[in-house]
Design a protein. Structure first.
Length: 265
């Protein structure tokens, strides 16, 4: 779960969203982080945005086509063949992979020094919600999960940090306690600060994997971090969840995804 300053940490849904009290730090030099966006396993094959949009809009009437300024996009989109190949090789659902890849491409433009790559985002997505499939749902074509993923109440029980309701239940449906929400498990206060409208639909939606992947990428890249640097990568993931075992799980999964991708390309 992405935590604001008042929250120390929480594990992903697959671990029951158990908060860990107290900051943890790696006991040794952090291992090598996943490859960056220009290294084997992190590279995304792209098609220029104009070409992708032309293909998508070929059958639309002129008055149905969105304005170029109506959605925030990177200068290129993932190549469909790349998405097919990497999804098949890694097991990451194609629609979720699209969101992680688009977030990488956006950050390559916005914060090129961060060098975040999709395997880290995908690893977090797997641990936090099984790529939006937790509780039997899936990610729809529009990026929205078909089942809202809502964590347990952060009421101080089950080793969680107690966080009283901060959003009137608007995001999590709970007017007494805050809960982590969505495929990347944001709590309401953190979403208020970091929530992004990645697909330009006019709303930053924590249940939309496009919005949450971009938000998570920006969160991880905060404070000028370079995610190809060992210590910066570790700090970034620990800022997401202050658990050394969590960070090592993310590292293992991200490196597995990167290795699968390298073999597939």
């Amino acid at each position: 779960m992405v935590a604001a300053a008042a929250v120390l940490s929480a594990a992903g849904l697959t671990a029951g969203i158990v908060a860990v009290v107290g900051g943890l730090h790696p006991s040794a030099v952090p291992p090598q982080p996943p490859p960056g966006p220009q290294e084997a396993g992190g590279v995304i094959d792209t098609v220029p945005a104009d070409g992708a949009e032309a293909a998508e809009q070929a059958d639309l009437h002129a008055d149905e086509r969105p304005s170029p300024a109506s959605r925030e996009t990177a200068s290129a989109d993932p190549l469909p063949e790349w998405l097919d190949n990497i999804s098949a090789a890694s097991g990451v659902p194609r629609r979720a992979l699209l969101a992680y890849a688009n977030a990488q491409l956006r950050l390559m433009e916005e914060q090129p020094r961060c060098r975040i790559s999709w395997p880290t985002l995908a690893a977090i997505g797997e641990v936090e919600s099984k790529h939006g499939t937790y509780a039997g749902g899936k990610v729809g074509p529009d990026g929205r999960t078909t089942v809202d993923i809502i964590g347990i109440p952060l009421d101080g029980s089950n080793n969680t940090v107690a966080i009283g309701d901060t959003d009137g239940g608007d995001l999590d449906g709970d007017t007494r306690w805050d809960r982590a929400v969505g495929p990347m498990q944001f709590i309401p206060t953190t979403w208020e600060q970091w929530g992004a409208d990645a697909d330009g639909d006019g709303r930053a939606n924590p249940h939309d994997i496009d919005d949450t992947a971009l938000s998570a990428a920006r969160y991880l890249c905060a404070e000028g971090r370079d995610l190809t640097d060992q210590e910066d990568w570790w700090r970034a993931v620990l800022s997401y969840n202050q658990s050394e075992s969590y960070a090592r799980d993310i590292l293992d999964i991200a490196n597995r995804y990167a290795a699968d991708a390298a073999r597939a390309t």
